[in-house]
Design a protein. Structure first.
Length: 51
């Protein structure tokens, strides 16, 4: 098994892109000013019910 070192910022960027795609796929729109907090909560909990 090979491990790749990723910076926390890279993990966050990838995670937020995945979250954005999932929300779009579900037809959920989020106001721009609420995105930073909502994405952080979903990233931390893996729970899309917060949206």
């Amino acid at each position: 098994m090979e491990f790749t070192h990723l910076l926390p910022e890279e993990i966050e960027k990838t995670s937020f892109a995945i979250i954005e795609g999932e929300l779009v796929e579900r037809g959920i729109r989020v106001e721009e000013d609420k995105k930073p907090v909502l994405y952080r909560v979903i990233h931390t909990t893996a729970d899309f019910e917060y949206a």
